[in-house]
Design a protein around this ligand. Structure first.
Ligand code: HOZ
Length: 427
């Protein structure tokens, strides 16, 4: 028995399922999770000292690679001043100035502690602003685990095959309408059936919690037009795409301006942070300025602000990173696509920039129903093969691969070799 197995035996006694977030339990790939000891650059090490090339990157935030020294130094420095004050700090002001001065569609911003909190709060302010209750989300999009959004959510629920969560009263989801990703007609129909009642449409501009699913050419601009026409707000959940697809996230990448945007862990450089922001007249409704209540002792935590701000500054200073990430994505995911074709294995590759997914289905994947057609058993076999070859992938068919600035040609080639060897076992 390895150390991970030993730790899991201890963990399950006191932590539900042995983990603090379901997907990492490795349930859908039929293994004991690797317990992690540390990480550096593109590598992550388990407690047995095995080194893996990491494509989880903490589900996105480690865009500079693990343990970036500049970020680390700022964290250590901030720790020396104190870990939490529950009071206003200069670091929060700098963070807000930095985001608002660099992201044109964010005129005001509020820091919170996670993407879940950011989205929950953005929905509340959208309802407060419009005086309407209903919201539209898309099947397969995941917006955190607040009650009203646990409807056909992707990520861990999709991995476990749970359409909605127990413990969520019907009343909490009564105002959540679901549309089909990449299908503007499904959105129009909901607006027709609910005139004047829909506060907001929330979308992952690139879906990355049902595997990576790209928006069709006119999907996001179509949503923009519909929302503008209907007096509803458009919310981009950029927890994964923010500061990753481009510095200005998917909004910049696709040239579509949302009314509100939500960010998650990437703006904390790996520390627990989230934020929501957008048009000033909407954000001015947030307490204490306005009547929409939202609060938190750890919001704007000084250590988290130090880490996040340094990471964002590095990204801003080095726009080439984004071109490089695109190139690395093409090199890795493009070559995987080519190999799938060469070995004629029934898989489909979806990718954009540094995000990618191999779906174990030969059909195109453009929405939740199509993603669900993937063979999860086949994915599990592939996952185990790759882990054996020291490639650390998300343990679910319905999560993304993340590349970082620290991934170089060497790691990409090693990954492609392992992938080709896997395909050979299937051809
Ligand atoms: N469901 C999360 C990613 N979409 C995973 C969170 C985690 O296990 O850390």
């Amino acid at each position: 028995m390895g150390r991970s197995e030993e730790l899991m035996e201890r963990a399950v006694k006191y932590i539900p399922g042995g983990v603090n977030s379901p997907v990492r339990a490795y349930g859908s790939v039929g293994m004991t999770p690797r317990f992690i000891q540390g990480a550096t650059g593109p590598y992550i090490f388990d407690v047995d000292g095995t080194k893996y090339i990491d494509y989880i990157c903490s589900w996105g935030p480690m865009i500079l690679g693990h343990n970036n020294q500049r970020v680390l130094k700022k964290v250590v420095r901030a720790c020396e001043d104190g870990l939490s004050f529950g009071a206003a700090t200069e670091a929060e002001v700098e963070m807000a100035e930095f985001i608002c001065e660099n992201i044109p569609h964010v005129e005001m911003v509020r820091m919170v502690n996670s993407g879940t909190e950011a989205v929950m709060s953005a929905i509340r302010v959208a309802r407060g602003f419009t005086g309407r209750n209903k919201i539209i989300k898309f099947s397969g999009c995941y917006h955190g685990h607040s009650d009203c959004l646990l409807v056909d959510a992707g990520s861990g629920l999709m991995t476990a095959g749970i359409p909605g969560s127990a413990g969520v009263p019907e009343g909490c989801t009564a105002d959540t309408l679901t549309a089909t990703y990449n299908d503007l007609k499904s959105v129009e129909k909901l607006f027709e059936a609910n005139p004047g009642k829909i506060a907001a449409v929330i979308v992952e501009p690139v879906a990355a919690n049902m595997g990576v699913v790209l928006p069709g050419e006119h999907f996001l601009s179509g949503l923009r037009d519909i929302c503008t026409g209907e007096g509803a707000l458009l919310i981009f959940d950029e927890v994964i795409t923010g500061f990753r697809l481009a510095f200005g996230g998917a909004a910049e990448y696709f040239g579509v301006r949302p009314d509100l945007v939500t960010y998650g862990k990437i703006i904390g450089g790996g520390m627990p942070v989230g934020a929501y922001g957008g048009r000033r007249e909407i954000m001015e409704l947030v307490a204490p300025l306005g009547p929409v209540y939202q609060a938190g002792t750890l919001s704007g935590n000084p250590v988290a602000m130090a880490a996040g701000l340094e990471q964002l500054k590095i990204l801003k200073e080095t726009p080439d990173y984004y071109t490089e990430l695109e190139e690395k994505g093409r090199k890795l995911y493009g070559a995987m696509e080519e190999l799938i074709r060469r070995y004629n294995v029934p898989c489909t590759m979806n990718y954009i920039g540094s995000l990618g997914s191999v779906f174990f289905t030969e059909h195109r994947v453009t929405n939740y129903a199509e993603a669900k057609m993937a063979d999860t058993e086949a994915f599990a076999k592939y996952f185990r093969f790759m882990l054996e070859r020291h490639i650390h992938l998300a343990p679910s068919q319905f999560e993304a691969m993340f590349l970082s600035e620290a991934h170089g040609n060497g790691q990409i080639e090693e990954t492609l070799e392992a992938f080709e060897d896997y395909l050979k076992t299937q051809a």
